[in-house]
Every structure is written in C-alpha cells, then in structure tokens.
Design a protein around this ligand. Structure first.
Ligand SMILES: [Zn+2]
Length: 177
C-alpha cells in the first residue's frame, strides 16, 4: 500500500515543495518533537507533547491527522468537498481514500491538491504557534487551505480557472472544468 502511495503522490498539481513536504511526512522525517527527540536534537524528554492538545506525543500522524485540532480541520475541509470522512489510522489510508473518492481524473487531481494543502497548512499553523506564538483556530486554517489551493489550481490545474468565490462554494464543479 505504501509503495502505491509514493508512486501516486506526485500526481497532484500542488507546488513541488508542498509535495516534497508530504513525502517527508510519509517517510516520518518531519521535524516533529518526537522525531527531534529520537534524533537527539531535543534533549528534554518531557517536552514532546503535541502543542495543540498537550495530551499526546507530537508525531507527524498525531499532529496532522489524529489530534482533535487536526480532525476538526479535516472534517471542515471534507464538508467543503462534500466527502464523508471517517478519520483513518494513518496518512497513507487517508491519501488512498482521497485518491479513490472520484473516478474522474480532474476531480481526483483536485482532491489530491486539497490533501497536500491541508497537511501543509496544518504544519504551518503548528510552526507559527511554536515559533511566533500566533494562535490560529481551525476555521482560519480551512480558509487558508481554500484560498491557497485556489491560487495553486489557477496556475497548475489544466482547467479554465474558476473565480475564488466559485472555488469556495463549488470546489467539485471547479475541479471538473
Ligand atoms: Zn494533539
């Protein structure tokens, strides 16, 4: 299953640095607290908690998928896409679920773009919280995902571009164009 994800992961129109980020994440190479500790970078064993819930180890999968904070973002994003999400055990399963959510190639590319974008903006929100003490709520992150994925789609999807308000209201219609 993992091999097939790595094979498909570049099929998205997201900028290559965003895809490279998802790639790193799937290989568990993200500089999350638990990874830094494992590599000996962070020496304080007590400081590996997720900074959103403070109740779990900050691994990539927890931070970007299983934490209640991340789940709220995924649920909102899926509501926007008219997809009924059940939070899966890991990001590989989530990827394949997004991949399989439409048999239409254009819609599939759109879904994958959103999959990458959601991970990217969750990670960015985590970083501004840690490094700049800026606290974002899930709604703001979902907004960033919608707006930036629209910008990326205008540049990268081979479709006639939708207007931002169309993208916000009817993403699946825009993917198909
Ligand atoms: Zn958490």
């Amino acid at each position: 299953m993992e091999a097939s994800v790595f094979e498909k992961i570049w099929m998205s129109p997201a900028p290559s640095k965003i895809i490279a980020f998802s790639w790193q994440l799937l290989y568990d190479r993200l500089p999350s607290k638990s990874n830094l500790y494992r590599r000996g970078v962070m020496l304080d064993a007590g400081n590996q908690d997720c900074m959103w819930c403070a109740a779990n180890l900050e691994s990539g999968t927890h931070l970007l998928l299983h934490c209640d904070f991340a789940q709220t973002v995924w649920r909102e994003v899926c509501k926007w896409l008219h997809l009924d999400i059940i939070i899966p055990p890991n990001l590989f399963v989530l990827f394949l679920w997004f991949y399989g959510a439409s048999s239409n190639k254009k819609v599939r590319k759109g879904f994958l773009l959103i999959w990458h974008s959601t991970l990217w903006f969750l990670w960015k929100a985590r970083n501004v919280r840690i490094f700049k003490n800026v606290i974002k709520v899930p709604r703001e992150i979902v907004e960033e995902i919608k707006v930036m994925s629209w910008r990326w789609s205008v540049h990268r999807l081979k479709i006639s571009p939708c207007l931002l308000y169309e993208w916000m209201q009817l993403p699946r219609y825009c993917f198909r164009r």
